[in-house]
Design a protein around this ligand. Structure first.
Ligand code: PLP
Length: 232
């Protein structure tokens, strides 16, 4: 099941890349394994995926421990509270959700070496979405570059709540333009390689708009049950 899902997903990613003349090698799939058990993660790993994303610190810690024998690359994709930083900082590959200078300062303080982060940007007008305001991205980057251990590698966003993939295009386009804007500022030591955008329902649009990282749960693991306890 999972192996077939991954095969089909990769084919759709390749087709979307082909439509816009991109190389599928430039698009990384992060399998969002939240709520799913380690047996399913192992299956996805055996089927060739190495990047896995979680959005609750406690759940991530448990899975990391149980899969410590495998060279899994863990991504943190949920809202990160400063008091939880110490539990994951030195074992995740990429934190997708930097949204304040205060969080960056905590990362700086706790890191034993460089940590790669993406700035999460709020690209819709929905009040519930997290991330920094598009206008605050350049000022945030300017502040964070002073922190030696915190390496900004790009931007992340979520599209609007909608079943229609095209509804996400303005968000994804805005993220791409924001990356260009940050690059045009020529801030020393900032290399904006990544755009983390696109989920199960809108990843093809994300690929067309330049995503380098897709965060995909449902298309790999199937539907999730509602979460009983949303605290971590
Ligand atoms: C759950 C989640 C995803 C994956 O969602 P699917 O629709 O299952 O692909 C991607 N990004 C974030 C931040 C998530 O919380």
């Amino acid at each position: 099941m999972i192996a077939q899902n991954i095969e089909q997903l990769k084919r759709r990613v390749a087709e979307a890349c082909a439509r816009v003349g991109r190389d599928a090698e430039d698009v990384r799939i992060v399998a969002v394994s939240k709520t799913f058990g380690v047996e399913l993660i192992k299956k996805a790993f055996e089927a060739g995926l190495v990047d896995f994303g979680e959005n609750y610190v406690q759940e991530l810690r448990e899975k990391m421990e149980r899969l410590s024998g495998k060279p899994v690359r863990w991504h943190f994709i949920g809202h990160l509270q400063t008091n939880k930083v110490k539990y994951i900082i030195n074992s995740v590959r990429l934190i997708h959700t930097l949204d304040s200078v205060r969080l960056a300062e905590e990362l700086q303080k706790r890191a034993t070496g460089p940590v790669d982060v993406l700035v999460e940007v709020h690209t819709t007008d929905e009040a519930t979405k997290t991330g920094v305001d598009p206008r605050d991205v350049v000022p945030l980057v300017r502040e964070v570059v002073r922190l030696q251990n915190v390496r900004i590698c790009g931007l992340m966003t979520m599209g609007p709540f909608s079943d229609t993939p095209e509804d996400s295009r303005p968000s994804f386009r805005m993220l791409r333009e924001l990356r260009a804007k940050v690059e045009s500022e020529n801030i020393p030591n900032v290399r904006m390689q990544h755009l983390s955008m696109g989920m199960t329902h809108d990843f093809e649009v994300a690929v067309e708009e330049g995503a380098t990282i897709l965060r995909i749960g449902t298309a790999i693991f199937g539907g999730r049950k509602a979460r009983e306890n949303s605290k971590s």
